[in-house]
Design a protein around this ligand. Structure first.
Ligand code: 1CP
Length: 334
């Protein structure tokens, strides 16, 4: 179909009633670590007509494989026990043999590919070293990333040792996902936007670049995602990726001018617009499409993950509208 492709970050999660039903029977980690169930969840959103499946897993799984205690606490999100504070904590992190310790993810990739049977590509993913480090140091989500920034600036040698380890694991993990069948990969640097451009360049960019360039021989598209990055889009581009994901805080056209037109862009509807009346939602969708102006490298997506209470009907509405309007516009351009 000659239409703009569309999929949503976090499309396999809590906004789907089928997912919530499964969660009544299984804990989050149980779902993720049982490949048949994780593959089933991966495919749930395909009924909406999205153009890609995203692996059902979580960015924090490699931290667990490195020896950290990981729990998903309801109402609170992920919690990591004994956060990293000093050199001993970094030394305690184990090297990871991806095939064994994260083998369940690779099996999910394999099963999901079989179940998709070529109907849509499967996207694998991992957290970027900076975002993973923030969870390892803060012990969970954070508002101000104070401990992260204290370690980064106050103990740069510990920061570097931690980030080096996270980089090695992330690269091996993504390579293994591709070898298991993932047809594209996404690197989630969700909280990179909490850094100043100078700090991003010094403390985060080199590690993301090592991951992204370490994948280049595999020939799969690499999507580089972060939020709150309107002030440092050229730096994200410098870190690498065939597709750069941008959020709604920047106009798509401006983002493209800054990033360069030889790179594809993913984005950038505000996830909150999925809660507003459909005429206003349609206006938001049309605005994104108009900004992208039919460029071949546009993937319609949200600027960040889909929110848990999002009405499913509105997600369906967006998928259909993007496909219909972009196909019509492309037809008219011919
Ligand atoms: O479509 C999907 O849902 C695919 C699977 C997926 C992905 C891509 C999950 C399952 N997690 C992720 C990535 C992820 N995990 C990110 C990067 C994307 C983003 O920024 O949105 C991040 C930051 C996490 C960490 C995480 N895991 C959070 C965020 C907490 C915070 O700091 O704000 C949460 C709430 C989780 C738990 C989780 N992971 C996934 C699901 C469906 C859930 C909810 C758990 C549940 O079912 O109760």
């Amino acid at each position: 179909m000659d239409a703009t492709p569309v999929w949503f970050m976090r499309q396999a999660g809590r906004f789907l009633p089928e997912y919530r039903q499964l969660r009544e029977r299984y804990a989050m980690l149980e779902l993720v670590q049982t490949p048949e169930l994780a593959a089933e969840v991966t495919l749930l959103p395909m009924r909406l007509g999205v153009d890609a499946a995203i692996l059902f897993a979580d960015i924090l799984l490699p931290l667990q494989a490195m020896g950290m205690d990981l729990a998903f606490v309801s109402g609170q999100g992920p919690v990591l026990g004994h956060p990293v504070q000093d050199a001993e904590d970094v030394a305690r992190l184990r090297p990871v043999d991806v095939e064994t310790e994260l083998g369940y993810v690779l099996e999910t990739v394999h099963t999901a590919r079989q179940m998709l049977a070529g109907t849509a590509p499967l996207i694998g993913f991992a957290g970027a070293p900076f975002t993973l480090a923030s969870y390892a140091i803060e012990g969970g989500g954070s508002r101000h990333y104070l401990r992260t920034k204290q370690l980064m600036h106050g103990r740069p040698e510990i920061w570097q040792a931690l980030l080096d380890r996270l980089t090695d694991v992330t690269l091996a993990y993504l390579r293994a996902q591709v070898q298991a069948g993932a047809q594209a990969v996404q690197l989630f640097d969700s909280w990179a936007g909490t850094l100043s451009p100078a700090d991003y360049r010094q403390f985060a960019l080199p590690y993301s670049r090592r991951v992204l360039s370490g994948l280049s021989d595999l020939g799969v598209p690499r999507i580089h995602f972060a939020t709150g990055t309107a002030g440092m889009l050229p730096l994200l581009r410098e870190a690498g990726g065939d597709v750069i994901s941008v959020d709604w805080r920047v106009d798509l056209r401006r983002a493209w001018d800054q990033i360069g037109h030889d790179v594809a862009i993913q984005g950038n509807l505000d996830p909150a617009l999925l809660f507003v009346p459909q005429n206003a939602l349609a206006q938001g969708v049309r605005h994104v499409l108009a900004q992208a102006d039919g460029r071949p490298g546009h993937i319609f997506n949200l600027g960040h993950g889909i929110l848990p209470e999002t009405p499913v009907g509105n997600v369906q509405f967006v998928v259909d509208l993007v496909h219909r309007e972009s196909a019509k516009a492309k037809g008219e351009q011919l």
